[in-house]
Design a protein around this ligand. Structure first.
Ligand code: MN
Length: 203
C-alpha cells in the first residue's frame, strides 16, 4: 500500500471567500500531492512502506537515518494536510458545542481566550509551520505550534485542529497579511469534525 491523496471533501471553491479557489487547487493538488509522492519514494522497499501514516510518524525515531528527514517532512506534510482538509468546511465556523466546548472553557477560561491563544500561536510561528489544538496523552488540551511539517504525533500528542501557516496556504489571497488569513480561518473551522477528533483522542 502506498499512500494516496485523499479527495477534498468539498468543492475547491467551497471555502470562498475566506480561502480562495486557486489556493485550494494548488494546495491540495500540487503541495499535498507532492508530499505523498515524495513520502512514497522515500519509504519504497523499506519495512515502513505498509505502515499507516500516523503510526509511521509516531515511530519516526525508528525510521533509518538516511530517510528520516524525508519521512519527517513529507510524511508530516501528508498527515497534517489530511487533517487540515477535514477540519475545514463550507458554512462552518462559529463555536464548538458539547464536550469539546466544555473542555475548551475548562482549559482556557473561555472560547475567546482559546481563540486568542491559537491566533497568537499561528501569527508568531516564524517562517513555515502550523498552529495546533492538541490532546496530550493524559487527555489535556493544549495550544502549540510546530515548525515546517512537524506533526504533534511525532512527540506523542494528538492534533485535533491545525492551521497551516505556510505561505502557500494563504499568499495568493492575503500576501503578507497572515493575521488576516488567521482571523478569517475561524470562519471555515468544522467544529463537528474537531469534536469528533477530540472524542477519538479520548479513547
Ligand atoms: Mn500546506
Amino acid at each position: 500500500m502506498t499512500h494516496q491523496l485523499p479527495p477534498l471533501p468539498y468543492a475547491f471553491d467551497a471555502l470562498e471567500p475566506y480561502i480562495d479557489t486557486l489556493t485550494m487547487q494548488i494546495h491540495h493538488g500540487k503541495h499535498h500531492a507532492a508530499y505523498i509522492a515524495n513520502l512514497n519514494k522515500a519509504i519504497a522497499g523499506t519495512p515502513f512502506e505498509e505502515m499507516p501514516i500516523n503510526e509511521l510518524l509516531a515511530r519516526i525515531n525508528e525510521v533509518p537515518e538516511e530517510i528520516r528527514t524525508a519521512v519527517r517532512n513529507n510524511g508530516g506534510g501528508h498527515s497534517n494536510h489530511t487533517l487540515f482538509w477535514a477540519i475545514m468546511a463550507p458554512n462552518a465556523g462559529g463555536a464548538p458545542t458539547g464536550a469539546l466546548a466544555s473542555a475548551i472553557d475548562a482549559t482556557f477560561g473561555s472560547f475567546e481566550t482559546f481563540k486568542e491563544k491559537l491566533t497568537a500561536a499561528a501569527i508568531n510561528r516564524f517562517g513555515s509551520g502550523w498552529a495546533w489544538l492538541i490532546v496530550k496523552p493524559g487527555g489535556a488540551l493544549e495550544v502549540i505550534s510546530t515548525p515546517n511539517q512537524d506533526s504533534p504525533i511525532m512527540t506523542g500528542d494528538t492534533p485535533i485542529l491545525g492551521i497551516d501557516v505556510w505561505e502557500h496556504a494563504y499568499y495568493l489571497k492575503y500576501q503578507n497579511r497572515r493575521p488576516e488569513y488567521v482571523a478569517n480561518f475561524f470562519n471555515v473551522i468544522n467544529w463537528a469534525q474537531v469534536a469528533a477528533n477530540f472524542a477519538a483522542a479520548q479513547r
